[in-house]
Write a protein that binds this ligand. Sequence first.
Ligand SMILES: Nc1ncnc2c1ncn2[C@@H]1O[C@H](COP(=O)(O)OP(=O)(O)OP(=O)(O)O)[C@@H](O)[C@H]1O
Ligand SMILES: [Mg+2]
Length: 235
Amino acid sequence: MAGAFITFEGIDGSGKSTQLRMLASVLRLGGFETVVTREPGGTPLGKRLRTALLDAQAEVDPLAELLLYAADRAQHVRTLLRPALETSHIVLSDRYADATVAYQGAGRGFTPELIAEVVELATGGLKPDLTLIFDVSVAECLMRTKRREANDQSKDRLDGEDVDFYARVRDRYLEIAAAEPERVRVVDASGSVEETHTKVIEIVLPFLEARGIVGQPSEQNAPPTGTQPQKTPVN
Ligand SMILES: Nc1ncnc2c1ncn2[C@@H]1O[C@H](COP(=O)(O)OP(=O)(O)OP(=O)(O)O)[C@@H](O)[C@H]1O
Ligand SMILES: [Mg+2]
């Protein structure tokens, strides 16, 4: 596959979605064909599963939860991720299989063997080329999500989990990074949005260059003249 599959991971409130949006706009400006997606909810079926999974009112049984995430992922891999990668897109996904290892494995306590089987079944072996794990303390993440809730009244089920749960999830993410240093990079996300963005750019642009992936700057995606300092194009 000539595209590149990049996943964003980390506990709730670590800044994944913020950083994904910022990276996507840099890549698009640089003329990279970029697809932005997420789990759960990257497909029409997935959106319905996401609503069911994140409904603040509903108690979801842990096994049902594991299987619903797997169903979302199976649909995502087959109908969106593989087709986009086969047509040489850069795909940025807000969460993917590592989230199941961390949340359903370490968080809910399913065995690594069961998690590995379910992940293999759902993904058909599709692995990210690069995974960024946004790492920040549980206390800071809780503060960020509380602030977000106050701003937009959003509240989903996982926000209600306790501190121990998030601590286990965070530790498992760091174990994944230690086990697969080629694929997984830990990004210290404790600083400002801009500081973290700089770290992301410093990882992703050399990664794309090493894979021989270049942007196709065109007038359409060039910034309006006079609004940006002249700098080297992204490719
Ligand atoms: N570096 C940062 N410093 C302070 N606040 C931040 C930072 N990055 C993001 N935020 C804010 O923290 C909140 C959580 O960020 P964001 O939604 O990007 O996290 P997330 O990892 O996508 O969370 P979730 O897993 O719940 O979707 C948002 O309100 C966002 O504006
Ligand atoms: Mg998010």
